[in-house]
Design a protein around this ligand. Sequence first.
Ligand code: FEO
Ligand code: CA
Ligand code: CA
Ligand code: CA
Length: 597
Amino acid sequence: NAPAEQRAAGLDFDPVAPNELDEVVVPPGYEQAVVVRWGDPLFPDAPGFDFDRQTAAAQARQFGFNCDFAALLPLDRTGGAHLLVTNHEYTSEQFMFRGYDGEDPTREQVEIAWAAHGLSVLRVDQDGDGRLTPAFSDRNRRITATTPFLLTGPAAGSDLLKTSADPTGTRVLGTLNNCAGGVTPWGTILSGEENFHQYFANADELDDPRLARYGVTGAATARKWERFDPRFDLAREPNEANRFGYVVELDPHDPDSTPVKHTALGRFKHECANVRVARDGRVVAYSGDDERFEYIYKFVSTGKLRKGDSRSARRHNMTLLDDGALYVARFTGDSPASEVDGSGELPADGRFDGHGEWVPLAAGDRSFVPGMTAEEVYVFTRLAADRVGATKMDRPEDIQTHPHTGVVYCALSNNVDRGEEGRKEGATEPNPRVRNKHGQVLELTDRGGDPLSAVFSWNLMLVCGDPDSPDTYFAGYDKSRVSPISSPDNVAFDRHGHLWISSDSAGALKGHNDGLYAVPVSGSERGHLKAFLTVPRGAETCGPVIGERVVTVCVQHPGEVDGASADAPASHWPDGGDSQPRPSVVAVWRPGRRIGE
Ligand code: FEO
Ligand code: CA
Ligand code: CA
Ligand code: CA
């Protein structure tokens, strides 16, 4: 018998071995099942899913495509009922329609895509083992690319946000490319509008560097939505793209509420936003801009949290993200640059670490950026951060604060352009590898654990990849005992304070499907990363929620591999046989036991 494997409390499971199976693989003793999948009806009047006869009207009443973020919000104190809120990041029409002609999509196909974006709210009931079952309820809701939103905060009403359909600059139809998100302490959902650039056509005709800085370039889009709604044609509606790229807030407990876009948190390719409450009641939101060489931001509210779950408290708290100060992070390493050579090998002090500062960009109507008004800072936030010399990071994805220590964890997914000729820069201590395929996990501590502090210390906890490779680091833990991981994307915590990480590697580690991993962040097991599950072929793992009795993940884009399509599917998960793959939410539980016990 092999010696007993050391296990942290709450992480007592055998790691899942790397595999390329077309299924969700969980540790021995655990069970798993799909909770809801693309096309499942969310309302009693919704038609059942029919891949070959899909309609926009049906899709608007069904679960959307490519679920990413997920939250489970308790509906009562027994733990028996929750609202499952999910983002639907994007559509891939070649996987949604047989014989799809990208040069000539039909109006129906485009309207199906609009209806498959956005968010879903779905009641789920939980049994004593942890198993989740979807239910119809009066809270169930679909938000799509055509649902009305209110723009709020200091840039609302700005000339930069006005269009012919909305001369007030305050009302927008829809939310697009919602990636990760967060649950606020007041019970609402935050959702980040990420790669919005791809929906807007004919930027070439405007020749505006402010558009180009967001990657809004070119003529026709791949989706051709501009043929069916002129707001997606910048030559006709030059400001429409300025109305996407925000943090969205939704009150899922009020199905009639109008969701908002908070301009005070800035406009960039928001992966997420997660809120922490300071000792004096002000709230702080961290958010990453997920693109190569982009930045990490922090917002500090002016107002203070009102406690309690009354309707008036929630209404007040939903205004907190509209007034405050926006900062961007500037990192400094403590090792000589000569020791950060791009190889990923540790410098002489044994750590990639240092200090940093939060550089103010704007507060309320006041800009701190020379040559930019406050409105410009909020709408063209990337340009503001460029001007103050913020630190270019390796794709900042999800950011979460540790519930016990206040340490901020950020997944820096990867950056294959770092150090490449003609690209922006080479290795820096927080981004220590050139051609970084596998990413790293950052720990950032605002001074004194106070999220209001303008300065912080930082270190890399993980430098990801194949643990046999010398350019990886697992917090100094014995690398022969950890699971390989590439491209960390979402981060979450369990009730013990262990960090859980989901991955989105697009095949960067040969022979490895993506997965969900757990790792202690303190004690003798710090760095002992173990795979808890892996997802089917071509999928990324996202939206992890780690409960006492159940773990849920979103399985996004199963079967999305080069050359695959609805005419040649690379996955038949979850329905099996010769079925088409369907993005889904999966629950994992262990009958009669708590997770990890
Ligand atoms: Fe949509 Fe940043 O991953
Ligand atoms: Ca160092
Ligand atoms: Ca993501
Ligand atoms: Ca990702």
